[in-house]
Design a protein around this ligand. Structure first.
Ligand code: MN
Length: 151
């Protein structure tokens, strides 16, 4: 009986640790971003601002299901590292595609594109972008046809 209790205790501790690991994100959720350049709920946390040594900014973006950024251009390009969930990514003139946890997407300088969650699943990604060539250029909203239309 004592052995069984000990085993259950160990198992309980292991399971608690495991579920805590699954439930606690690496970074805080951050602040809800005002709906200026996107549709739906997006939270942003800046991890590092560009400075004289590291000339690129890095942020974590958490998008609720159905949230998506407007079409935009990064003059210096952007890398997206998906850490949770599922989202969409589309470049102008190409089909939109589903992006998943663990994927790294390189968006080349000057390429018009948008990214966001899928309608049913939220997405979290780390976004890093060189700042030397200028700030993000925001364009029109992603239409319902573009967002909900066939993949
Ligand atoms: Mn982008």
């Amino acid at each position: 009986m004592k052995k069984l209790m000990l085993l259950m205790g160990l198992l309980g501790g292991f399971m608690t640790q495991k579920s805590m690991a699954q439930d606690s994100p690496i970074f805080p959720k951050g602040e809800k971003s005002p709906n200026v350049h996107h549709t739906g709920n997006v939270w942003l946390t800046e991890l590092n601002a560009p400075d004289s040594v590291f000339s690129y900014g890095t942020s974590v973006a958490i998008s609720d299901p159905d949230a998506r950024l407007n079409w935009h251009i990064h003059p210096g390009g952007q890398i997206l590292i998906v850490t949770e969930g599922e989202g969409y990514y589309q470049e102008k003139g190409k089909e939109k595609r589903t992006i998943k946890k663990g994927e790294v997407i390189k968006c080349m300088p000057g390429v018009e594109h948008w990214h966001g969650a899928t309608p049913k699943t939220g997405v979290t990604y780390i976004a890093t972008s060189p700042s030397a060539k200028g700030k993000t250029i925001w364009l029109k909203k992603v239409s319902d046809e573009e967002y909900y239309g066939k993949k």
